[in-house]
Design a binder for this molecule. Structure first.
Ligand SMILES: [Cu+2]
Length: 337
């Protein structure tokens, strides 16, 4: 039963749901869709009943209030019916999907493992180096510039480890295993396009695992046509396009570029509206734009006054690209004599 058209694959960004780029995300989408249909039925059903009661029992001559609770088979059936309905939702739909997500973690030798450490207000990531072993961490080594995760400088396993802030790099087509924790308050590690969400709890490490669909590399996504959207310059305002960048150069008749490929429309409303006006005046009636990077890791738990900016970019690579990224990032191991 594939209710959700997989049109959501790469396209229709943000129309209904963000694109699903995770191998198992379809099950979550299906569940969300089924729940919405069920709730729509309930909403309409109760709405009709409510209006019926308003009309049927309106005040009028000869009417008198009854103070006894309703006794009768109909209400009992309705209550039993609702209980069965909810049991079906829980046992028949939600628990199997949850089980699929939470059972059978990928084996340690097959997975790409990374630690995600939340803090107010950034995501820190910790990768083992080529040795595949995570170095020890301890709060006493934390330094907010070069060692945000508190890696122990004396642990040989940690010498080649990689730390990043605000950037998660992952390969496609391989099981990903993220160990999630927090340095301060409760955060929530969420990647909407991967249909992954897990609370980050200080003092605990909770894993999640998922797999990115083959082909969903960041480079491919940015090239993919369906990630791009056309905007009518006459009808568009700054709010609608402020988070997007142009997918090609736009120039006026003299050839002077007004909006360059990869550039945004402007950080302030004034600048953005001015740019749109400029485009219209140059006779450009449509601009094609896309998100600068379509993939984000966000915090899904209101964790403080700057919660909104607790975002990280997710970069996805094919195997060769991922290995190349790791090589370019590994700290040089300095031999000590
Ligand atoms: Cu947070």
């Amino acid at each position: 039963m594939e209710l959700l058209a997989q049109a959501a694959d790469f396209g229709t960004y943000g129309k209904w749901m963000p694109p699903n780029l995770s191998v198992r995300g379809g099950a979550i989408d299906q569940l969300i869709e089924i729940l919405h249909y069920f709730m729509a039925v309930l909403f309409v059903g109760w709405g009709i009943f409510f209006v019926y009661c308003l009309v049927r029992f309106r005040s009028g001559k000869g009417g008198s209030a009854q103070y006894h609770p309703v006794k009768g088979k109909a209400s009992k059936y309705a209550e039993v019916g609702v209980a069965i309905f909810e049991a079906v939702l829980l046992l028949g739909f939600s628990m199997p999907v949850w089980g699929e997500y939470k059972n059978d973690p990928p084996p340690a030798d097959k997975r790409v493992e990374v630690r995600a450490i939340g803090e107010q207000f950034q995501w820190n990531f910790h990768y083992p180096g080529p040795d595949g072993k995570f170095g020890r961490t301890n709060a006493k080594f934390i330094d907010n510039v070069s060692n945000t995760i508190g890696l122990d400088p004396d642990d040989p396993n940690g010498k080649d480890d990689i730390q990043t802030i605000g950037a998660l790099h992952l390969p496609v087509g391989r099981p990903i295993y993220v160990r999630i924790t927090s340095k301060d308050v409760i955060h929530s590690f969420a990647i909407p396009t991967m249909r992954v969400k897990q609370d980050a709890i200080p003092g605990m490490e909770v894993p999640v695992w998922f797999q990115i669909k083959e082909g969903a590399t960041t480079a491919n996504l940015l090239k993919s046509k369906s990630m791009n959207e056309d905007f009518d310059t006459a009808k568009t305002n700054w709010y609608r396009v402020r988070h997007l960048v142009a997918s090609k150069d736009y120039a006026d008749k003299s050839g002077q570029i007004i909006l360059a490929e990869g550039a945004g429309i402007g950080l302030s409303r004034d600048a953005g509206e001015k740019k749109l006006k400029q485009l219209r005046e140059a006779g450009i009636d449509s601009i094609n734009m896309h998100p600068e990077n379509p993939l984000e890791v966000i915090c899904a738990q209101l964790c403080g006054n700057s919660h909104f900016k607790m975002k990280a970019q997710l970069y996805t690579y094919d195997d060769a690209g991922f290995e190349a990224w790791k090589k370019s990032t590994v700290p040089e191991v300095i031999e000590e004599f």
